[in-house]
Design a binder for this molecule. Structure first.
Ligand code: ASP
Length: 354
């Protein structure tokens, strides 16, 4: 027998008693979960100051988003607000601080999706927009399209009046040194230092974190507003030393980003190729929608069973309209934070934290 689509009412009725009890606490309340990338993030190799900086940055971004929710703003506005804070923070691989392509450029990707309407906007390989997430939103709201890429997306950004910056705005010495190190290791040519970048430091940088860490740092946010609507957004520089116009999962609707009030909102991070093949974000939502799985179980199924089977690495954050929150990752760490209205802010980095 085919299951009749009864929308939110059906989905809510199908919840188990346990979930329903937990859910009652969050009904009508806002909630938010965010990530700042997953990867080989280990206590042993983390400098205490860097760790403190990451924790403060995650908290700051969460507070920017929850401030919007707390004054009755929409989940979409909250997602955009929190992501913009992380795009401006050089710690993350999004906006300023993004990783470089093999030819020494910054090419940014982002997507945003509104769970209430299924409207979505995405951009890939954009080069001069300060806030990539806002460009994705402009695509959603000001064009008949969902996904713009490359020179056309840059052109639309200018026409739509989004803030434009030089490529040097995104430059960080840490990412540059990390690129040079990787290219040397792979025997690839080292591109010239980007125009407008500060002069090369005389002394080598005191601390370059493990190379692996630099492949990650994508940012993503999912939110639930008081009206019961959810949204998701993701922003990234992609993977370090990417070539040939490579685009990862982050801006691909259904892979790195997805939101539907019928199921859940998801933002993923990790090696994008696996997330595209598995349509990870939509897969989690499908398990929630069609198998009535609790969110946490659905997220774990996709990350620890399906992604692991392909030897993929990464994680995701997710939220449902009834207030279930989840994160799941198969890497040693994932920068993350969450809060439910009336509750405390939880920030985590390593796998052994709650
Ligand atoms: N998923 C991103 C990509 O493949 C990278 C990341 O999340 O770290 O472009």
């Amino acid at each position: 027998m085919r299951r009749a689509k009864t929308g939110m009412v059906g989905a809510v009725m199908a919840l188990s008693a346990v979930t329903a009890a937990a859910q009652a606490k969050t009904q009508g309340h806002w909630a938010m979960v965010l990530h700042g990338g997953a990867g080989i993030i280990e206590r042993a190799s983390m400098n205490p100051q860097t760790e403190a900086d990451y924790r403060a940055a995650l908290k700051q971004a969460l507070e920017a988003g929850t401030a919007v929710l707390d004054r009755g703003g929409s989940s979409l506005d909250a997602v955009e607000a929190a992501i913009r804070v992380m795009e401006d923070n050089p710690l993350f691989n999004a906006g300023r601080g993004a990783v470089f392509t093999a030819d020494g450029k910054i090419q940014l990707d982002a997507a945003i999706m509104d769970g209430a309407t299924l409207r979505a906007g995405a951009v890939a390989d954009v080069t001069h927009t300060r806030y990539t997430i806002s460009l994705a939103r402009a695509v959603m709201e000001k064009t008949p399209f969902v996904f713009l890429a490359g020179a056309g997306a840059d052109e639309f950004s200018r026409q739509a009046g989004l803030e434009q910056v030089d490529q040097s705005f995104f430059f960080t010495e840490r990412r540059w040194q990390s690129l040079v190190k990787q290219l040397k290791k792979e025997g690839l040519p080292i591109p010239p230092r980007p125009e407008g970048a500060p002069p090369e430091p005389k002394e080598p940088m005191a601390e370059i974190e493990p190379e692996e860490a630099h492949k990650f740092g994508t940012v993503g946010v999912v939110a639930l507003d008081r009206a019961g609507n959810i949204a998701a957004g993701t922003s990234t520089g992609g993977t370090q030393a990417k070539r040939w116009g490579r685009v990862g999962d982050s801006p691909v609707i259904g892979a790195g980003t997805y939101a539907s009030n019928q199921s859940c909102a998801v933002s993923a991070t990790g090696t994008g190729e696996y997330f595209i093949r598995l349509t990870v974000a939509r897969e989690v939502c499908a398990l929630v929608e069609y198998k009535n799985m609790p969110l946490r179980a659905a997220a774990d199924e996709v990350i620890h069973t399906e992604l692991a089977a392909l030897h993929g690495d990464g994680g995701l954050i997710a939220i449902t309209p009834d207030g279930q929150l989840a994160w799941s990752f198969n890497t040693p760490g994932m920068y993350r934070a969450r809060q439910v209205e009336g509750g405390t802010i939880e920030v985590g980095i390593y796998a052994d934290e709650p």
